[in-house]
Design a protein around this ligand. Structure first.
Ligand SMILES: Cc1ncc(COP(=O)(O)O)c(C=O)c1O
Length: 301
């Protein structure tokens, strides 16, 4: 059976890490700057700010766009906990919206139902590698004067109407945890186009430091290391090839899983799904339970 997640490393990553260790500059530095520039070139977003993980990317990003105690932020009911806990880390309240039956991404109709005078933002998670209904959510946010935030932790390189995720929200937050489509060990990254927000995030992830030893606000140590960035630069060069393999595997599963009552992934129109995970849903029409079906797949290798 193909494991849910195993990082694909070659000699290139080992050599890149070795070079950083030999340089002695292992904390955040030039390698991180190169990684940020390369991810910006890859994704087409103006600013990329690397962070220590996806959760800190969300936390610093939400703080930078002004999420504060008492605010409400709408999040999907089906995601990794960090989408919601990062809101709580700002002292704000995560408010849960339902997800679409077909894609499991946040449901625009449910978002509308959850809006109150305290709502400040909506976080769309591009779940399992597939963009959420970006146009619909953006329209709601424009109409109600809310911020649209993208949680891109599972969707490196995924496209919506030809444009990569991370380009749509006020900020986009990525994770490079080892289970993700590309990794830096632990690591994350925030994308944004606004120069001021980018500067604010850079301060927040570096102890609120505006210039050397001038700390103008309370900040955190949320920096990525040069070691992580060196791995990430190599992984980024391989990302499109790895994505094509994921998509080919998904095509294979979709054409070979024929059991009644097993719902296969539905790809949204005009979207490129990067298949972080190939998730099926077992309905009562299936002759097997979820666990039996998992066991059946295991037996088939
Ligand atoms: C949707 C989602 N958001 C946020 C995160 C948090 O990322 P990290 O584990 O790098 O903190 C993850 C992954 O773990 C995720 O899947």
């Amino acid at each position: 059976m193909i494991p849910v997640a195993r990082p694909v490393f070659g000699d290139e990553e080992i050599e890149a890490v070795t070079a950083v260790i030999r340089s002695g500059m292992i904390a955040s530095g030039d390698e991180v700057t190169r990684f940020e520039k390369e991810y910006a070139a890859y994704s087409g977003v103006r600013h990329c700010i690397a962070t220590s993980n996806g959760t800190t990317a969300l936390h610093a990003g939400l703080l930078a766009v002004g999420i504060k105690p008492g605010d409400e932020v709408i999040v999907p009911s089906f995601t990794f906990i960090a989408t919601a806990s990062s809101v709580s880390m700002c002292g704000a309240h995560p408010v849960v919206a339902d997800v679409e039956d077909s894609t499991y991404c946040i449901d625009p109709d449910s978002v509308v139902e959850q809006i109150t005078p305290k709502t400040k933002a909506v976080i769309g998670v591009h779940l399992f590698g597939q963009p959420c209904d970006i146009s619909a959510i953006q329209q709601i946010c424009d109409d109600k004067d809310l911020l649209f935030i993208e949680d891109c932790a599972q969707a490196h390189g995924a496209r919506y109407k030809g444009v990569q995720v991370g380009n749509f929200g006020t900020i986009g937050c990525f994770s490079f945890y080892p289970t993700k489509n590309m990794t830096t060990g632990e690591g994350g990254l925030v994308t944004c186009t606004d120069d001021e927000i980018a500067e604010k995030i850079r301060r927040l992830i570096n102890h609120g430091q505006q210039e050397k030893y001038l700390h103008t606000e309370i900040g955190y140590n949320y920096r990525l290391t040069n070691i992580g960035a060196a791995i990430g630069r190599v992984q980024l060069r391989k990302l499109d090839v790895m994505t094509k393999k994921r998509q080919a595997n998904a095509d294979f599963y979709s054409s070979h899983i024929t059991k009644k009552g097993v719902l296969k992934p539905v790809i949204r129109e005009s979207c490129t799904h990067v298949f972080h995970q190939y998730a099926v849903r077992i309905t009562p029409e299936c002759e097997m339970t979820r666990d039996q079906f998992a066991e059946y797949l295991r037996m088939k290798g």
